[in-house]
Each structure stands twice: as C-alpha cells, then as structure tokens.
Design a binder for this molecule. Structure first.
Ligand SMILES: NC(=O)c1ccc[n+]([C@@H]2O[C@H](COP(=O)([O-])OP(=O)(O)OC[C@H]3O[C@@H](n4cnc5c(N)ncnc54)[C@H](O)[C@@H]3O)[C@@H](O)[C@H]2O)c1
Ligand SMILES: [Zn+2]
Length: 443
C-alpha cells in the first residue's frame, strides 16, 4: 500500500517552545491548552483509608498538562528562503540534527510532481538542523487511508523501521484522511512522537489539520479508533492548495460554513459573498477564509475548557451525525465536505422546527451552500433508517444521553437531547424539494 520515493538528508537546528518564525511566515494562532484530569483539582495527592481494608483505600491527585498549539501560515513551505519548517523541526542549537520521517499524500505527489525533489533540496540545504532518516513514504490519499487497516499498519511499520524515538519528528503532508491516519500512528508510536502537519486540502487547513484529533474508520463506522493529541505544530501552506481538484477545493467550505454558523455571524456573511472568488479559485480569498475558520477552531479547542471532548456535547460536530452516515451510505461517493454540507443543511432545517431558527436564515444558509458549489441533499437521505442510525452512533459515541447541536440563530448554537424520526423525515423531504428547485434555478 505504501510506496517510498526520493532521498533526503540533514541540516542545523534551534527550537524554542515559544514562537519561532522564519522569514516568510505569519504566525496565525498559538493557543495554550490546559487539561485538568481530576475533578478534585487537588495539587498534591491525598489518601483516604476506609477502615483497615486496603481494597477500599483511595489516592487521588489533580494532574494538569499544558500544551502549546501552534498553527503557522506561510506560502511555499519548501522554497529555499522559507525557514518556517526549519524552525519548527529544529531542536536546541547545539543539538544533533532533528530526525524526521516524512509521509506524503499520494494525491499531492501525483499532482505536484516536483514536490519530492523540492523537499529533498530543502532538507539538504538545512542538513545541519534536520535530517530525513528514511525516504519519504507515500500514503494513499482519501478515505481509503482510513478504511484500510493495512495503511495504518504500514505507517507504524515505517516508523518502527526508521527507529524513531520520542524526540523524532513525523512530518505529514496531506489531506484530512492522511493526516488522521499518520497522526494516529505517530501518537501510538512510543506513546507519542512529535507530529508536524502540513495540511494540503482546504478542509484540512481550515478544520481537520488544525484540530487535536486523529483516527481511522473501523467496524463500518467513521473514526471509531483514534486519539486526542496536540500536534507539535501545524503549517498551512497556501501553495499546497493550488493542485486540488475543484471538488476538494470547495469541500473545505462546508466546514467553514459549519463553524461560522456556530460562532461568527459576520464570518458567515463573508462566506455568503465568497462564491465568485471561490469559483475563480482565488487563492488569497480562500486563504483568508481558511484563516478565520482555523482561528475559530483553535479558539474553541483552547478556550472551551474541553479540548479533548470529555463533556457530552460536541458543538464542532454540528451537521456531522448525518454527515458521517452519508459518507457510509453513499459508499464515500460524497466526500467528507460534501456530506457535511448536506448534514449542515439538514440540521439547519431541523433547527427551524426544533430550536426556532428563523425560516429566512434557513433559506440564506441553503442558498449559501449551493452558491459555494456544495450539495444540500443526497438521494441516500431518503434511507431514513440508515440516516437515523447516525443519531444512535452519536449517542453511543458520546455515552449517556443524546446531545445534538442545533442553531437558534446564526452564530448562536443550542444543544437538544431529542430529535424525532418524523422531524428528520420532514426535513429530508424539504431539502429534496429545495435542492430540485436550486438545480432548476441554475439550469
Ligand atoms: N481529525 C479531525 O479533527 C477531522 C476533522 C474534519 C475532517 N476529518 C477527516 O478528514 C477527512 C477528509 O479530509 P479532506 O477533505 O482533506 O480530504 P481527503 O484527505 O480525503 O483528500 C481528498 C483527496 O484529495 C487528494 N489531495 C490531498 N491534497 C491534495 C493536493 N494538494 N492536491 C491534489 N490532491 C490532493 C487526496 O489524495 C484525496 O484523493 C475525512 O476522513 C474526515 O473524517 C478529520
Ligand atoms: Zn468534519
């Protein structure tokens, strides 16, 4: 499944846990994430004994862990005069060059044929700071990377064969699927090797790549196996997006609309007016849109108080209970972004019925998604049982009661504990009619 290509070597290094910026980088967002792993928040361990029975003794302590989450924006990360990656991968000035294992999404390698060569030159140029310990490993792109267990196994094998240690770096260049599987392998190896992500799709730059989740699909369900892990750094390189297909170029907009609807009405207005720039593949306009989405995601992770989603509600999963089912029901004919668009459309219609979202806003949202070139309906939504299984999967995944995020207003989410099958059926019918109307309008 995996192929190796190209040869790389070494460079010099200096890493500071704070902010490090090369000549052509803009720091986008750094956030501190603190986890309290005990409800008792006691700084020192306390012991309690229940009579003389040691089986009933208790020792409890609060453990606080602080992470720094860094997302850097740059243009053309492998250009000789771009030092962003070098700074991120470098360790202390006096240290040996950092050891790096590189994983590349097959889709990027195929569409940017000079990538391996440019990567090789970059590492050669900075060989005093960093060295690639094995040839770059190519990973199949798209959902296959998460569906086929051999892909994860081969990545783990590559990391083992490269003799990585906990101070080594895994550099992953790819879409959300490749980042998810490589991230999981990095987290499993030695219980966590430093992961640097270079997201190569709009969706990965605005959402998947800037989050703290990794995972693969298993047992016929999305993201069943995975973990939470804060990456060492994320570098969003606009240049990587230039080779995307139109579909994958648009796919990220679904997650942008999602986060705008949850958190920022003015960002939603920006997305409403972006269809021309999106259709014209305006990279600067797209970068600005990605920037705000990534910022909102990072803010949520850092400031929600629940970076690893221990609480039951998961607001960033707006539209996703049905989206994950739609990916499965369409046998991945819909990509993640397209499924999210239809899932967001469905949850907006449900929001009108259940949470009082004004009808005019629902109309605006559906028309925004359509103008951005995203679907608001898929025929497979008519498989009501198949769709509703998504609610049960969510309930099971979260544990306890069902918690679904809906909207009261644009930018104002709410959590509901119940969605009836009848309401979903009606919403699906409405979307079917709305999508036919929009097809006719654009014909
Ligand atoms: N971990 C998270 O928090 C999180 C969040 C959202 C989505 N996801 C996951 O992300 C995945 C979707 O990611 P995606 O939308 O990035 O799509 P993707 O990773 O499936 O990639 C889509 C296609 O684009 C190709 N590709 C990637 N970069 C390219 C480039 N620069 N040029 C040309 N082709 C390129 C890939 O090879 C693939 O064929 C889903 O599995 C989804 O579940 C994860
Ligand atoms: Zn998503």
């Amino acid at each position: 499944m995996l192929q190796r290509s190209g040869i790389l070597s070494r460079s010099e290094g200096c890493h500071d846990d704070g902010l490090v910026l090369g000549a052509r980088a803009r720091l986008f967002r750094t956030a501190h994430i603190t986890m309290n792993t005990s409800a008792f928040h006691s700084p020192t361990p306390s012991s309690r004994y229940h009579g003389s029975d040691p089986d009933q003794a208790e020792i409890s302590a609060s453990i606080s862990v602080q992470f720094q989450h860094r997302v850097l924006f740059t243009e053309d990360v492998f250009a000789p005069n771009n030092f962003v990656l070098r700074e991120v991968l470098s360790t202390a000035p006096s240290a040996e060059p950092s050891r790096v294992v590189v994983f590349l999404d097959q889709g990027v390698v195929d569409t940017q044929p000079d990538l391996v060569q440019r990567l090789r030159h970059y590492f050669q140029q900075h060989r005093d700071r960093m060295t690639v310990v094995t040839q770059p490993v190519t990973v199949p792109g798209g959902e296959l990377a998460k569906n086929d267990p051999r892909v994860l196994s081969n990545i783990l094998d590559a990391l083992h064969s490269a003799h990585v240690c906990r101070r080594s770096f895994v550099l992953a260049v790819g879409g959300g699927a490749v980042l998810d599987v490589v991230g999981l392998a990095a987290a499993l190896t030695h219980r966590g090797v430093r992961l640097v992500r270079l997201p190569s799709t709009t969706l990965a730059q605005c959402d998947a790549g800037v989050g703290v989740k990794n995972g693969v699909n298993a047992f016929g369900t999305k993201n069943t196996l995975g973990c939470y892990a804060v990456p060492w750094a994320v570098i969003n390189d606009a240049h990587l997006l230039t080779s995307l297909s139109d579909r994958d170029w648009r796919a990220g907009l679904a997650e942008m609309v999602k986060v705008a609807l949850l958190k920022d009405a003015s960002y939603f207005r920006l997305l409403e007016s972006a269809s021309g720039a999106v259709a014209a593949r305006n990279i600067h306009a797209m970068s600005r849109l990605i920037h705000r989405s990534a910022e909102l995601h990072v803010q949520h992770i850092a400031a929600s108080g629940d970076p690893f989603e221990i609480d039951e509600a998961r607001p960033l999963d707006f539209g996703h209970w049905s989206a994950h089912r739609l990916e499965e029901l369409t046998a991945f004919r819909l990509n993640h972004g397209e499924a999210v668009a239809a899932g967001v459309a469905l949850d907006c219609v449900l929001s009108e019925t259940i949470a009082g979202l004004p009808h005019a806003d629902v109309t605006r949202i559906l028309s925004c998604l359509s103008r951005l070139g995203l679907p608001i309906y898929a025929a497979e939504m008519a498989d009501l049982d198949g769709l509703l299984a998504g609610l049960e999967e969510f309930r099971e995944h979260l544990g306890g009661d069902l918690r679904i995020t809906l909207l009261r207003r644009v930018g104002s989410p709410t959590t509901v504990k119940r969605i009836d099958a009848g309401e979903v059926e009606k919403a699906v019918d409405l979307l079917s009619i709305a999508s036919q109307r929009q097809v006719r309008a654009t014909a």
